[in-house]
Design a protein around this ligand. Structure first.
Ligand code: ADP
Length: 163
């Protein structure tokens, strides 16, 4: 039986913290789908298509990773794909409370699909897409924080926006 896990998120844009979780998950599961969900509460910088393309390029060297997006509920998506697991990354305690809430709701929706949490690599514990966007806006160097394709896309985006 093939073990498939979904790594869901906004990925606006993908960071080295996300990438670290995806790579480690890809060592444990047979297949991984990185799924972009448009979080309505967040005003995105990159379109879903742009985010997918950046993730595709950043994960091109990991053979068992696919990239997709969904507008629906995560648990419906996971069921449709026959996934066994959802993978989420945990950084600080602040992530914990929020993740507990989502996970208990998701379990109510479908108790057959297990959620696994992976603790962040210490190097990335304070890294978030929002933080990266905040500093990139002011043309700070983010090369240690994101894959090179994302760095280039951020430079281009903020050039266009003329910030
Ligand atoms: P969401 O809007 O669903 O929280 P994000 O793109 O912010 O989407 O995050 C997707 C997943 O990646 C979440 O599980 C989040 O906790 C995790 N994550 C984000 N940044 C890091 C990081 N630096 N280290 C580990 N996990 C992270």
């Amino acid at each position: 039986m093939t073990r498939l896990a979904i790594c869901p998120g906004s990925f606006d844009p993908i960071t080295n913290g996300h990438l670290d979780i995806i790579k480690r998950a890809a060592n444990v599961f047979d297949d991984i789908i990185v799924a972009v969900f448009n979080n309505q509460a967040k005003q995105p910088l990159f379109s879903v298509e742009e985010r997918i393309e950046l993730i595709r390029q950043a994960t091109a060297d990991i053979p068992n990773v696919q990239v997709d997006s969904s507008k629906g509920l995560l648990m419906d998506y996971a069921q449709e794909k026959n996934a066994q697991a959802i993978i989420r990354g945990l950084r600080a305690v602040t992530d914990f409370e929020f993740e507990m809430q989502i996970t208990s709701m998701n379990r109510k929706l479908n108790e057959d699909i297990e959620t696994f949490f992976m603790m962040t690599n210490n190097r990335y514990s304070f890294l978030s897409s929002s933080m990266v966007k905040e500093v990139a806006k002011f043309h700070a160097n983010v090369s240690d924080l994101v894959p090179p394709v994302v760095e280039a896309a951020l430079i281009e985006k903020f050039k266009q926006e003329n910030v």
